[in-house]
Design a protein around this ligand. Sequence first.
Ligand code: AMP
Length: 279
Amino acid sequence: MEVICARNELTKPIRRLKKDGKAIALVPTMGALHEGHLSLVEAARRQADAVIVSIFVNPTQFGPNEDFTRYPRDEEADMRLLRESGADLAYLPTVEDMYPPGASTEITVRGISSDLCGAFRPGHFTGVATIVAKLLMQILPDAALFGEKDYQQLLIIRRMALDLDIPVRIEGAPILREADGLAMSSRNRYLTTQERVQAAEMSRILCDSRDALQSGEGAHAVLSRARSELLTAGFASVDYVELRDALTLEAANTGSSRLLAAAHLGTTRLIDNIAVELP
Ligand code: AMP
């Protein structure tokens, strides 16, 4: 596996891959890799000849009081996992590479970015869209893979690629979970032993809520029960539990929908979501 740590070292290997006619798939990450990330690498290998994994803890997608400085960073373990996963190239640009002096351009995907996580993390999705657009322009991959774990992010990136005519297939991949249902996340490392047990309640509550919705119970009752169950389970506060259309994230009444939740456990903000087929 080739490891590239600077923007100006990227051009040559990309040009070589393209000259050799290799289809490229990109998996953007913030590192502190776990099996969820590796499942994206595996899916990428099935779709392309060469897999590039980027690792960049993007400062512009963190709010001023968020966890940018303490976000887990473990380059040695990440490189080992990526080598084992069969990735072809790891790209670890510096902040100066991605935001050269005077950088003044941002990408905001209006509408869909201001709701759900966007309402609680102002500027977050502008940071995400800007950095993903830059990675896509630098690499011009055939496909880029994103986890459904960050469901709103996946739809925002799809919208952006469509709106900006970025010639890439945006692929979603299912959420990988721990044995007790907790969605894998780099931020799970923050959880204390007790919080780790409580955290699994989020996916259980989402599963129960999905079952209730699919058997015809009204959304209002199900969502307010889910919010109070999260608090009872030990979550300190609930940012949202919402039922939305699976493609647009607008209000859902029937058909393919998504139940999405964000809540705080101690100092950790956890998110999760699940597909719901409304009757
Ligand atoms: P992150 O490093 O958290 O920014 O995540 C990088 C990519 O991995 C994003 O597309 C995430 O949605 C995806 N991802 C994170 N956790 C999981 C998971 N548990 N299952 C599947 N994909 C995931």
